[in-house]
Design a protein around this ligand. Structure first.
Ligand code: FCB
Length: 444
């Protein structure tokens, strides 16, 4: 039996643009994701978050489902342009009311809200001013966070400033795979630095508010391995890990960016002051980690170039390797840097095609197996003294998977996007049993 400590926070996660639908309802402003998904060629089949899971209107039903599953906590994100249609200045009361009602609904059902302040849906109006490239954005973000703390801070006790700043900066500003779709390394480096400053500014506002809850940030971390010991391979592994992970962990925990970044990017590297770094490294109350997979690099014997390679393990529908030991490796690494800071797995899960049986039940053994193996690794972390306080499965329900549209299903609850019918998958039933027992048997 893998038993978890009492009070371990079992939850599920979602994000506003991925589930809510009705993106312009009740006076909301456009987000960069609304614009991006409505621009041809950006998403699978041109799909958008216009309807998604219709959660904006069905949130009560969804909270009932969470209760049925026995979730202890729910991690959701708040849409900045619902609350501030222009990104700053005027508040849209109806947008804020939605989150107020959602929080009350959760609490009435005994589910703790974990609110993410920013999960990628930047107000379009702020993008028009430069978005994450504009150094002013830390003030816009701090003001937005202050509005949320004031209205929801009496009931929301755990706040996550940003979800995966690497994705916002790199996929949004460098590769263009995500909104706002820029392809500019110079912009991406500034976006990353401003994201970290915005995180710092929100923490400062939270501390100044005197509220008694906790605040942290969520970063995405892959396990990154070399498939051979060629010096060129090791250099690539180091470079990838430095850019994807050390870029964010080191300023947060060591108060400095890795030297290699400034060297590598040369004149494109932004001017960073000691004051900036001190603010970014100010103490937080927990760290959120999103873990999905491992990257492996090896030298191609034919060409001599280093490239990403596959192992013999199973791969998910995203083409991501199933590598549960990576969860342990990543959490151990973070713990070594962050010391006693409580850690949460704020996302972990897998996309697999579901099989709907004639009787309507949904069979997804690969997802159940993925979760089981990762739970066992989470348990191993706790056994080894890593202060893991909770685990959130990604995702509560199938949803709009960004550029992949509705083609990738991550939910433990199936959504029929024609009818909006929700059906708990077998993995959801499994998760529910794990929560009820606060643990699992080797065979459960
Ligand atoms: C993470 C995102 C989340 C979801 C999962 C699959 O990078 O935070 O919104 O798309 O990947």
């Amino acid at each position: 039996m893998y038993r978890f400590p009492e009070g371990f926070v079992w939850g599920a996660a979602t994000a506003s643009y991925q589930i809510e639908g009705s993106p312009l309802a009740d006076g909301a402003g456009e987000s960069i994701w609304h614009r991006f998904s409505h621009t041809e060629g950006n998403t699978h089949n041109g799909e958008t978050g216009d309807v998604a899971c219709d959660h904006y209107r069905r949130y009560r039903e969804d909270v009932a489902l969470m209760k049925e599953l026995g979730l202890k906590a729910y991690r959701f994100s708040i849409s900045w342009p619902r609350v501030l249609p222009e990104g700053k200045g005027r508040i849209n009361p109806k947008g804020l009311d939605f989150y107020d009602r959602l929080v009350d609904e959760l609490l009435e059902n005994g589910i703790e809200p974990f609110a993410t302040i920013y999960h990628w849906d930047l107000p379009g109006a702020l993008h028009d001013l430069g978005g994450w490239i504009n150094p002013e954005i830390e003030h816009w973000f701090a003001d937005y966070a202050a509005v949320l703390f004031l209205r929801l801070g009496d009931r929301v006790k755990r706040w996550i400033t940003l979800n995966e700043p690497w994705c916002s900066a790199h996929l949004g500003y460098v590769t263009g795979h995500h909104a706002p779709g820029l392809r500019d390394q110079w912009a991406g480096l500034r976006a990353a630095h401003h994201l970290l400053l915005a995180h710092a500014a929100a923490v400062e506002v939270y501390r100044a508010s005197g509220l008694q809850g906790q605040i942290g940030i969520t970063v995405n971390i892959n396990a990154t391995h070399a498939g051979d010991d060629a010096p060129e391979t090791l250099a690539v592994v180091r470079r990838v890990d430095t850019y994807n992970t050390r870029f964010f962990l080191e300023p947060l925990f060591k108060g400095s960016y890795p030297e290699e970044l400034a060297q590598h990017f040369g004149r494109a590297w932004p001017k960073v002051t000691a004051g900036d770094l001190e603010r970014i490294a100010q103490p937080m109350d927990f760290l959120g980690i999103n873990y999905y997979t491992r990257l492996i690099f090896a030298k191609d014997p034919a060409t001599g170039t280093v490239r990403q390679v596959k192992s013999t393990a199973p791969y998910t529908d995203m083409g991501w390797e199933v590598y549960p030991e990576g969860l342990y490796e990543v959490l151990k690494r973070v713990h070594e840097m962050a010391g006693p800071l409580p850690l949460y797995v704020t996302e972990n899960g897998a996309a697999f095609p579901d099989r709907i049986r004639p009787d309507g039940t949904v069979s997804d053994p690969e997802r159940t197996d993925y979760l089981r193996q990762h739970f066992i690794q989470a348990h191993r972390c706790i056994q080894d003294g890593i202060p893991l306080a909770g685990y959130f499965v990604w995702s509560l329900m199938d949803n709009f998977e960004w550029a992949f549209g509705y083609s990738k299903r991550f939910g433990v609850v199936h959504v029929d996007f024609e009818t909006q019918k929700r059906t708990v998958k077998e993995s959801g039933r499994f998760f529910s049993r794990v929560i009820a027992q606060n643990g699992l048997d080797a065979e459960s």
